[in-house]
Design a protein around this ligand. Structure first.
Ligand code: FDA
Length: 389
């Protein structure tokens, strides 16, 4: 069977690319249904883009690479598409756009786009072999218990990253890239909770508060959540993309509030108050108890010297923690790193050393922040390749 284009992976990027590729296009996926990550994303409401999406929200060995695709297919283009399909949406926070209804509306919209473009979709299909045939590619595909040989001029790698293997994530795109001589940068789980296996935060599980979480490379002002296994919440997921094993992170529990001034005022006004009780006015009570025990805080507010209050607020602003690790690909929302952008055209996503081979979406070494940025990269990179094919 001969196709103009074969797209490996019917996820966000693969389906969107198929809607723009034209010609005879086949999309294959080993899953039972397309767009499974879209379905479960955003708590079932899909955070499909971000109003503020721009190159600064992406991590890559080449920070300039994403600029072209993001500029040529923007969040406004995708919002217009969603509006044309009458999918209602709302901004939750920090420019993050979610469906009012179910995220399957986005999957249905992408399927409709593929159908309109006349693309074929083969699900539960396994790639058994792949060869470069000079001007194109030959694929051996296992489907419905039979082997099919398919040829194509253009091959698009859109099988995503390694996050959540239980959902069918594999490193196939990276393996194929290596097979064809493309470099793959170091990959790591990202947008992932930190673990503290000593169980030190177990009593705090469920406590959440706004913080500034930082390391030497980045800082995020978002919520932190204590869990049975360690730390999660948006601030932690964001910083995990900038964190390396063994590093210490700094939690600013004051989140920019003038806590020291307030403690001094309270010392004047209510000096008889217990220091731990006072701390619980600024922090969730369980966390205040935990810190009071860990830092040996006791006594009345009136007994605290200026130096003691300064010391306490310094500690609150610089709580240093060293995660033992992360939850890994099991729960990571994305894979940091991927197919090296040095070998790809930023305008078309085509491999410069192998015309006809395209790489899009999460498989590429472009990783977005939490908040709809990764889907925007899927749409933008898919559009760049689809319109170039
Ligand atoms: P994607 O993973 O979507 O698709 C890859 C496809 O390839 C899948 O259909 C898979 O089955 C298929 N495939 C893989 N290996 C294969 C093989 N060997 N053979 C055949 N097929 C194969 N982002 C965001 O912007 N907003 C959000 O709300 C969320 N929420 C979210 C929640 C959770 C739980 C996760 C895990 C991730 C998110 N993300 C997100 C990230 C987002 O889902 C992700 O970045 C995009 O889906 C990437 O799109 P791709 O099309 O590149 O890969």
């Amino acid at each position: 069977m001969a196709f103009d284009t074969v797209i490996l992976g019917a996820g966000a990027a693969g389906m969107f690319c198929a809607a723009h590729a034209g010609g005879r296009c086949l999309v294959i996926d080993h899953a039972r249904a397309p767009g499974e990550k879209i379905r479960i994303s955003g708590g079932g409401r899909c955070n499909f883009t971000n109003l503020h999406a721009g190159p600064d929200n992406f991590i890559s060995a080449n920070p300039h690479f994403a600029k072209s695709a993001l500029a040529r297919y923007t969040q406004w283009d995708f919002i217009a598409l969603v509006d044309r399909h009458r999918i209602a949406w709302h901004e939750k926070t920090l420019g993050q756009l979610f469906c009012d209804g179910k995220s399957t509306q986005i999957v249905d919209m992408l399927r409709a786009g593929m159908a309109r473009a006349g693309a074929e979709l083969w699900l539960q299909t396994r790639l058994a072999g792949l060869r470069h045939t000079g001007p194109g590619f030959a694929l051996e595909l296992d489907r419905d218990g039979a082997r099919h040989t398919v040829t194509c001029r253009d091959l698009v790698l859109a099988t995503g990253g390694k996050s959540i293997p239980k959902m069918g994530a594999t490193g196939l795109a990276h393996d194929i890239a290596r097979q064809f001589g493309l470099a793959v940068t170091e990959t790591r789980p990202a947008l992932v909770p930190f673990t503290f296996p000593d169980g030190r935060f177990r009593p705090l599980a469920g406590v959440s508060l706004p913080v500034r979480l930082s390391n030497a490379r980045a800082a995020f002002d978002e919520a932190l959540l204590f869990t049975h296994r360690g730390l999660s919440g948006p601030a932690v997921l964001q910083l995990s993309s900038y964190w390396r094993d063994g590093e210490t992170v700094t939690v600013d529990l004051t989140a920019g509030q003038p806590v020291r001034d307030r403690l001094r005022e309270q010392r004047q006004r209510a000096g008889g108050r217990d220091l731990r009780t006072e701390l619980a006015r600024h922090l969730p009570a369980r966390l205040a108890d935990h810190l009071a025990a860990e830092w040996g805080l006791s006594g009345r507010l009136a007994d605290q010297s200026d130096a003691a209050l300064r010391d306490l607020t310094d500690r609150l602003a610089n709580w240093r923690l060293t995660p033992a690790g992360s939850e890994g690909y099991r729960t990571a929302e994305v894979t940091l790193g991927g197919i090296d952008t040095a070998g790809l055209s930023s305008r078309t996503m085509e491999a410069t050393a192998m015309p006809g081979l395209f790489v899009i979406g999460e498989a590429v070494d472009v990783t977005g922040w939490l908040g709809g940025y990764n889907f925007q990269w899927a749409w933008s990179s898919a559009h760049a390749a689809g319109t170039a094919i």
